[in-house]
Design a binder for this molecule. Structure first.
Ligand code: MGD
Ligand code: MGD
Ligand code: SF4
Ligand code: MO
Length: 737
């Protein structure tokens, strides 16, 4: 009898098997179940941002959604939701939904509807042909932080263990790669330590490169519920909505955060407001760090950052003297040329002041997408499923044992990062690409090059809810995906809380859940028998539990979806030992490191640091402005594929690209409010309408990322440790159009 490895290898190279192939009908396509959902109202977690608000979905007699409201009983949002949450059902009914697989006709060059059978055959035959011609790793995957964890894990396992691919990455690289690496190095595991109660329990909240009023509005509501009269500090070059609502806005020079944070560390040492006992008992590397920061004198730091010495002193006083200090960061930190060390400089501040493991403290990275945390743990990209290491033989055999595969199918190294995948396509090394739930041709940095590179692919598969995204339009094959609300599974939010999303709407036409599509691909590929245990998302969830057992992210104590739902979400860790404590309420909030023990081999957290480096493309005479990009409004989500489909959300945000420019610069360039402006970088140009405002500093402009033209301007620079792109700094010229 053939071993399972032989069979798997045969599946990778041999022809399609048809004996036991699943059919779309096996996933309910074409069948109308009596009721989608048994209740009259059911709870589901919002599928936009990482806050993880619960929505109550109101259902008709068929169990289908007719409306929704914010869930007043859920411990996160307490009856609140932002405009995207309230409008979450609208994008599902858009006319440009993908309702059938589309295959590019080689004769006419147009995309035309085909059956699922035809589509699956096209995917497998083209990808297998490319693998035969150019090697198994000539096909790559770009995935997402916006599908349920069960889907991410199935895709990761299928791609790497079933199809024999190596290069699998996702848009989480654009977003959370920095936090992942920073935590892993400093704490020994990618583990954001906080719980949302910390927003309410802090005496001081320091936000670095974060604009929660726009990007995480319900988290900001939690900050507003703080009754401790907290200092709220925003460190951001722009006077954002959040900065204007803060008690102190530190308007630093862009990309000078690392210098600022080292300067604060130095001031804390001088002032003697560090926690020597905590440092000695629970950390390593502090002496070297404290010697290193000695040169970051207030005068030097002030000159480099543009922050007055008095403000530095005030900040040091707040951090050094308030009892509970929490530090929060997002993309202003993660998207930079020295992002990982900047994140770790924040972690260092928390460690040296003992602000970790207690209520209202922590070095806290807020995630972005609804399931960014799920993709960090189960995307099978940077870490092996469940946060393990590809390079560790013991880890490989443990994971293989749980999934029921021979360990030899697990690669011994991580594959290329997102940018390296694109470079490999450019070189002709990668010729097939499968893109799932991300819109690369809009969101990737430096688009002119990215699109040219996509043009070099032999076969591009795009699996999306819509046929009209910039990326879907370039595809050779479009696979129609069900979206949020049309399928089930779990999401993991910023505070490590698992929540359940429900199927409350029937997907249009032939669209199938990503889970079903991955199962169908596995079968068509010939490796379906290895994923038999992944019968449904909830069956897959049981496998994820087993993978998490004994890891810092252990949630093996969770019984099933119903328990998660009934408990108001469950944070990891939730090992089996917790299960015996009957009262879940007692364990409703979980923060990490209350015992001072970290996940490193010696249980000590580590100080990491490096000298600051200049930004990659500073402004000069020809390109005198610095361009920053980010979120424009609470009604707009990324590339707009979903939010642009809601008439309500369209009314809440500008429908044309606007540029924020300082009044003095505008006067100098004879630009009046509402004028058309041209913005040029070395790579491309964009047209925008001027918003003249002193929220930006002189010689700096801001563009919201929601318009495709923006990434035609950006400069592709990367943090060396996380390979996250630096979207927030490049040189541009501005003129009246
Ligand atoms: N409405 C809405 N909400 C969202 C999203 C969305 O698309 N729309 N996306 C979600 C996702 S995936 C993410 S990752 C989060 C992102 O959430 P945030 O990170 O809060 O949003 P951004 O606007 O990208 O960037 C935050 C701030 O960084 C500042 N910044 C730029 N350069 C620097 C710098 O050098 N130093 C400092 N200190 N700050 C700097 C910018 O001025 C900006 O105000 O939002 C999530 N929430
Ligand atoms: N200039 C600039 N660029 C940026 C940023 C920035 O700050 N500035 N931020 C970066 C960050 S942090 C992020 S996270 C990225 C986001 O960039 P993207 O991931 O490219 O943005 P989205 O618009 O969220 O794309 C998600 C896609 O998935 C589809 N989709 C939604 N749900 C499902 C589903 O369930 N299944 C399937 N198959 N498809 C689905 C949507 O239709 C959409 O096409 O952008 C990055 N790009
Ligand atoms: S804050 Fe985030 S999770 Fe909450 S409703 Fe808005 S988009 Fe959804
Ligand atoms: Mo993100």
């Amino acid at each position: 009898m053939k071993t399972s490895l032989d069979r798997l290898l045969h599946a990778r190279t041999g022809p399609m098997t048809s004996a036991m192939v699943l059919r779309p009908a096996d996933f309910g396509l074409g069948r109308v179940p009596a009721r989608l959902n048994p209740a009259a109202t059911t709870r589901s977690i919002c599928g936009f941002c990482s806050t993880g608000c619960a929505l109550q979905i109101h259902l008709n007699d068929l169990g289908e959604a007719i409306n929704l409201s914010a869930d007043p009983t859920y411990p996160i949002n307490l009856g609140m939701a932002c405009p995207k949450g309230w409008e979450a059902l609208a994008p599902l009914a858009a006319p440009d939904r993908a309702t059938a697989p589309l295959l590019r006709n080689t004769a006419t060059g147009a995309l035309a509807p085909v059956s699922w059978e035809r589509a699956l055959a096209a995917l497998t035959s083209n990808f297998k042909r490319i693998q035969q011609e150019a090697g198994p790793h000539a096909v790559a995957v770009l995935s997402t932080g916006q599908i349920v964890t069960e889907e991410m894990a199935l895709l990761g396992a299928l791609a790497k263990f079933g199809m024999g691919l190596l290069h699998v990455d996702s848009n989480t690289r654009q977003c959370m790669a920095t936090s992942h690496v920073a935590y892993k190095q400093s704490f020994g595991f990618d583990a954001p330590p906080f719980t949302y109660a910390d927003f309410e329990e802090s005496d001081a909240l320091i936000f670095i490169g974060a604009n929660p009023c726009i990007a995480h509005p319900i988290m900001w509501q939690r900050v507003m519920m703080n009754r401790r009269n907290p200092d709220i500090v925003i460190i951001d070059p722009r006077a954002t909505e959040t900065a204007q609502a803060a008690t102190l806005h530190v308007s630093l020079r862009p990309k000078s955060d690392l210098t600022l944070l080292y300067g604060l560390a130095h001031l804390l040492v001088i002032r003697g407001t560090i926690k020597r006992d905590f440092i000695a008992a629970h950390t390593s590397g502090f002496e070297e760090f404290s010697a290193f920061v000695r040169e970051f004198t207030p005068a030097h730091v002030s000159a480099e950052t543009g922050v007055p010495v008095a403000t530095l002193e005030r900040l040091a006083e707040i951090i050094g003297t308030r009892e509970r200090v929490s530090l929060w960061w997002t993309m202003g930190v993660n998207q930079s040329h020295e992002a990982t060390r900047t994140a770790q400089a924040i972690i260092n501040l928390a460690l040296m002041t003992g602000n970790i493991g207690r209520p209202g403290t922590g070095a806290n990275s807020i995630t972005g997408q609804c399931n960014a945390m799920g993709s960090r743990l189960f995307g099978n990209a940077t870490s092996l499923l469940g946060g393990y290491d590809f390079s560790n033989a013991e880890h490989r055999s443990k994971v293989a044992g749980i999934i029921g595969l021979p360990p030899s199918v697990i690669p011994e190294r991580t594959g290329y990062a997102y940018d390296q995948i694109l470079d490999a396509i450019d070189r002709g090394e990668i010729r097939g690409l499968w893109v799932i739930a991300t819109n690369t041709a809009h969101s990737w940095i430096n688009q002119s090059r990215a699109r040219e590179i996509f043009g070099k692919l032999d076969f591009l598969v795009v699996q999306d809810m819509y046929t009209t995204t910039e990326t879907a339009k370039m595809a050779d094959l479009v696979l129609p995906a069900a979206g949020w609300g049309e399928k089930e599974g779990t999401l993991i939010n910023s505070e490590r809380r698992l929540g359940v999303v429900k199927k409350v709407v029937r997907a249009p036409g032939q669209a199938l859940s990503d889970f079903a599509i991955f199962r169908l691909v596995a079968d068509a590929w010939g490796c379906g028998e290895f994923f038999q245990a992944w019968r449904s998302p909830e069956a897959a969830f049981q496998i994820l539990k087993d993978l998490s057992r004994g890891q810092p992210c252990d949630f093996s104590g969770i019984r099933d979806y119903a328990q998660i739902d009934g408990a108001g979400g469950i944070q990891w860790p939730f090992p089996e030992s917790i299960r015996s404590r009957s009262d879940l309420g007692e364990n409703r909030e979980r923060r990490l490191f209350s015992n001072g023990k970290f996940f490193t081999p010696d249980t000590r957290a580590r100080f990491f640091f490096d000298p600051p480096r200049p930004m990659a493309e500073p402004p000069n005479k020809d390109y005198p402005f610095l361009l920053m990009t980010g979120r424009g409004s609470s009604a707009q989500w990324h590339t707009g594929s979903r939010t642009d489909k809601s008439a309500v959300l369209r009314k809440l945000a500008p429908t044309v690209l606007t540029v924020e420019i300082h009044p003095d610069d505008a006067a100098e360039l004879s630009i009046a409010p509402g004028d058309n402006v041209t913005i040029r970088s070395r790579r491309g140009h964009a047209k925008a309408v001027a918003v003249v405002t002193s929220t930006v500093q002189r010689r700096q402009i801001f563009l919201p990322m929601h318009f495709a033209a923006v990434n035609r301007l950006t400069f592709a620079s990367f943090d060396p440790h996380s390979r996250q792109p630096g979207y927030k700094a490049c040189a541009v010229a501005v003129s009246r159009a």
